[in-house]
Design a binder for this molecule. Structure first.
Ligand code: MN
Length: 497
């Protein structure tokens, strides 16, 4: 999905006050840590040891070099000894990468029998970390702070999780969204300021006439199309709903041709996310359903009805989770209908067609069914029910003068009964902290009906992403009450205006 083999620079701060021997040991410790952490195998990307930083000039040069290295996705700083923080000002001012302060020390336990003043001077991150942290706070820079012993698996897990956030941050600056036609008429929440989004997030959002894509679809050969249909037939179940086999296959082939045509267009023009609109299909024979589901599965972002913000977030969240083995899935979703039976409350998530099959529990099936909206032939789509468990749904909204990212923790559950007449993929979830508070909070926050959802990302990761982008992150999770949410909204209104 991403073309880069990302690395993270491990930069250790010290000073020359304690002599050469001490600095040599600092470097040895840092190298041993990098080696062991990398060898543990639970980080998605390698740490790269950098020579110990002791002077302002060297620190500045290191940040400048990192900025120029397109594979460097972040800088992890650690103060082994006391590193006077004025030495970090020029470097931190030049920083362009996601920044972490790993607040750790080499030894886990105080060496009670042997500890002396030399040991304390050499191992004083409790002291040095505060000097450095003070400066980053004074400069008002976004950074992640993780405290704990570096051999603790939980610390490594937090490192891993932040690395994925950092990838979402660096990839954001080169994200390109292809928008087929414009916004659905009269719809507010899918709109937004694309210029401001490019300034804030780095996203390039371009509109293309639908018929230029239709031409790319038309150019796909029948042989290529039929080969992809064969692949579909090997991968998915088929539900014919009484159609003849030949007619069914003809419908499916339309989607295969769209998938290939769209993908070639996206690759040629270097776009990473796509937005379609059911009301503007030009010469396309069907609303792209199965085709879009397959493209999402391959890592493309998607938003419907002109929703470029959701398309971009889906793409980023797919990048942030692309290294996870056994990932449960990431997709665009839409809040559709409620179950309000007491004790069984939930929100049925679906869309007209376009839910990523990465969410599927079991093998998806292809169906061809009419749409109640749109004016083309019955589109083929994948239907399935989804995995259960916790997940995170986000909605990026444009408030007119700024963006807000609403981040909602949800719990996905099994749909109580089959829904044989509903020919779309679904997810059922209950928001945190409980259905009613979660739904009321979402409405008060101004959240959209479209979301970007992942089973594999946490609220913390999305909050860190938003913080780095300099936008408000509004969290709805197990700690939320309506009173606390209203205070968060007021604070955000004052702080980000
Ligand atoms: Mn929609």
């Amino acid at each position: 999905m991403s073309k880069r083999n990302y690395t993270f620079w491990f930069c250790v701060g010290s000073q020359d006050l304690y002599g050469e021997d001490c600095l040599r040991r600092v470097a040895e410790h840092a190298q041993a840590m990098v080696k062991e952490i990398n060898a543990a195998g639970d980080l998605p990307f390698p740490l790269v040891f950098k020579p110990v930083l002791i002077s302002a000039a060297h620190i500045h040069q290191t940040f400048v070099d990192a900025a120029a290295d397109r594979d460097c996705a972040g800088i992890i700083t650690w103060m082994h000894t006391f590193s006077p923080a004025k030495s970090w000002i020029a470097g931190l001012k030049a920083n362009r990468k996601p920044l972490m302060h790993l607040h750790t020390q080499f030894n886990e336990e105080i060496p009670y029998d042997d500890i002396d003043m030399d040991f304390m001077n050499e191992n004083q991150s409790a002291h040095g970390g505060r000097e450095y942290g003070h400066m980053v706070t004074r400069m008002g820079l976004a950074r992640k702070v993780v405290a704990g012993h570096w051999q603790n698996p939980q610390v490594r897990q937090r490192l891993a999780s932040w690395m994925r956030t950092a990838v979402g941050i660096v990839e954001s600056s080169s994200l390109r969204v292809l928008r087929v036609s414009d916004n659905m008429r009269n719809v507010a929440v899918t709109e937004g300021d694309k210029v401001e989004a490019q300034l804030k997030f780095g996203w390039e959002v371009d509109a293309w006439p639908v018929n230029e894509l239709a031409q790319a679809v038309d150019a796909v050969s029948q042989a290529d199309t039929e080969a992809l249909v064969d692949e579909y037939y090997e991968t998915y179940d088929l539900i014919l709903d009484g159609r003849s086999k030949d007619e069914f296959r003809r419908h499916v082939a339309v989607q295969a041709q769209i998938e290939l045509g769209f993908e070639r267009f996206l690759v040629e023009k270097d776009y990473h996310a796509i937005v379609t609109h059911f009301d503007d299909l030009g010469a396309l024979k069907q609303l792209p359903g199965l085709a879009i589901q397959r493209l999402m599965m391959k890592g493309y972002g998607f938003g419907a009805e002109g929703d470029w913000k959701t398309a971009a977030m889906v793409r980023l969240m797919k990048l942030m989770t692309s290294d996870i083995k056994g990932a449960k899935g990431t997709s665009m979703l839409e809040d559709y209908t409620y179950n309000l039976v007491p004790g069984k409350e939930g929100i049925l998530q679906a869309h007209m067609l376009e839910i990523c099959p990465s969410l599927a529990q079991g093998k998806p099936a292809i169906r061809c069914q009419p749409l109640s909206m749109g004016s083309r032939e019955d589109p083929a789509r994948l239907v399935f029910t989804s995995k259960t468990g916790p997940g995170t749904a986000v909605s990026l909204i444009d408030l007119g003068h700024r963006f807000r990212l609403i981040i909602q923790a949800v719990n996905c559950t099994k749909v109580e009964k089959p829904m044989p007449k509903l020919p779309v993929a679904t997810v059922l979830w209950t928001p945190e902290p409980d259905f009613y508070t979660g739904v009321e909070a979402w409405i008060l926050a101004g959240g959209a009906h479209h979301t970007a959802f992942s089973y594999d990302l946490t609220v913390e990761q999305m909050v860190d992403w938003a913080e780095h982008m300099g936008i408000e992150a509004l969290v709805i999770d197990q700690h939320t009450s309506i009173r606390s949410l209203k205070q968060d909204l007021m604070l955000g209104q004052a702080y980000y205006r």
